[in-house]
Design a protein around this ligand. Structure first.
Ligand code: XIL
Length: 371
């Protein structure tokens, strides 16, 4: 009797569990679930996000991205404001945030002419320092920062924006004082500080032929000297009418030809008209309005063009995913984007993958649906 009861109980149990075995609900696709086998999918975070105060954005970052880069807090003026003072508070918070969430943490950036602390290249009288002094300062800066995050930051933008569109060197203070040598030196110091860290050269307008050729030469020369260069970062600040996709693709192929990987490091697409820098932008109210045409919302026709072109870029990245190791968006939602203030302040732009309400843009929705 006892065993009969047991048998019934077992049978009833298996019938019930058979009924409960509904097909397992497919997990909601995310950018990292869809793209994760192709390349890292990253995002630049600001300090409100890395400190988790901006909870809406943080939800998106955790859900969709598997890599983060610091939008500002590792730049020289913030992390090393005075010769004998480093301020690691925000950078520590950023690295902890990425690490805690199992993301590949990217460091941006070690040597850059912009957002450079004013003391860096001059003495106390404001005169340029000697080559020896600048080398020593670069070495201290790079060694201190890279060593602090050794083994925690996966890769560094070692030098940012050193080459012009025509292929010439930017006449930055680093170049004026040290000549071309400042770039290989920076890579050498970074490698000495963390031999396991990946090292990148990063720049904008990388579709431009002159810049493309010069960067290929730069990276080949550094590799020939035995220096480590893991990837070439194409920032990817693009617009509705620039660059030509075919030129962008030529650069992906040319950069991969050096043997380094390619990364799209700062992807965004402005939906606004290009600014003619030679025009006097304070001219007339009408002119200002023309520069900021969508203060309320992006018209459907423009949104469609924007989404179609973003999809074209994403498809290009996927096509070259054998050589592209990371695609990183330069900000979480449209409201966060630097493009609202650049190159003209006070505009409303729509450049990122998520809108101001933290909703995915149509091309993102399609990408998630297709996969
Ligand atoms: C931008 C940040 O997004 C802004 O918040 C800041 O005010 C200026 O710098 N190229 C780079 C990035 O390498 O560091 C820049 O980031 C955008 C252009």
């Amino acid at each position: 009797m006892k065993s009969k009861t047991l048998l019934w109980a077992l049978l009833a149990g298996s019938v019930m569990s058979a009924c409960a075995t509904k097909p397992v609900a497919k997990e909601e696709p995310t950018l990292k679930s869809v793209l994760g086998d192709k390349f890292l999918i990253g995002v630049a975070v600001n300090v409100w996000q890395s400190s988790e105060r901006d909870t809406n954005a943080v939800k998106i970052v955790k859900k969709h991205f598997n890599s983060v880069v610091a939008e500002n807090c590792m730049k020289c003026q913030t992390i090393h404001p005075e010769e004998n003072r480093y301020d690691f508070k925000q950078a520590d918070e950023f690295v902890n945030f990425g690490e805690k969430n199992g993301m590949a943490v990217m460091g941006h950036c070690l040597i850059w002419h912009s957002q450079l602390a004013p003391w860096f290249c001059v003495d106390k009288d404001g005169k340029d320092v000697s080559p020896e002094v600048l080398k020593q300062r670069m070495k201290d800066h790079i060694t201190t920062i890279v060593s602090r995050y050794k083994g925690r930051v996966k890769g560094w933008d070692v030098v940012n924006e050193a080459i012009m569109e025509d292929g010439s060197y930017r006449k930055s203070k680093f170049y004026q004082i040290l000549g071309e040598e400042f770039i290989p030196l920076a890579f050498q110091y970074a490698h000495e500080a963390d031999p396991d860290a990946e090292l990148y050269y990063n720049d904008y307008n990388m579709h431009a032929e002159g810049k493309r050729n010069a960067v290929v030469k730069l990276v080949n020369d550094m590799k020939a000297k035995g220096l480590r260069v893991d990837a070439i970062g194409m920032q990817g600040h693009v617009g509705l009418n620039y660059p030509d996709l075919a030129e962008f693709e030529k650069s992906i192929v040319a950069f991969a030809g050096t043997g380094a990987k390619v990364m799209i490091t700062e992807w965004d697409m402005s939906a606004l008209p290009e600014v003619n820098r030679t025009a006097n932008i304070a001219d007339t109210v009408a002119f200002r309005k023309a520069l900021n045409p969508y203060p309320d919302a992006l018209p459907d026709s423009v949104s469609q063009r924007w989404n179609a072109r973003m999809a074209d870029f994403m498809n290009l990245f996927i096509k070259h995913s054998d050589v592209i190791s990371r695609v990183t968006a330069w900000g979480v939602s449209d409201g966060d984007s630097w493009k609202n203030g650049f190159p003209v302040r006070g505009r409303k732009d729509y450049p990122l993958l998520f809108d101001r309400e933290y909703q995915p843009k149509p091309f993102v929705v399609d990408l998630l649906k297709e996969n």
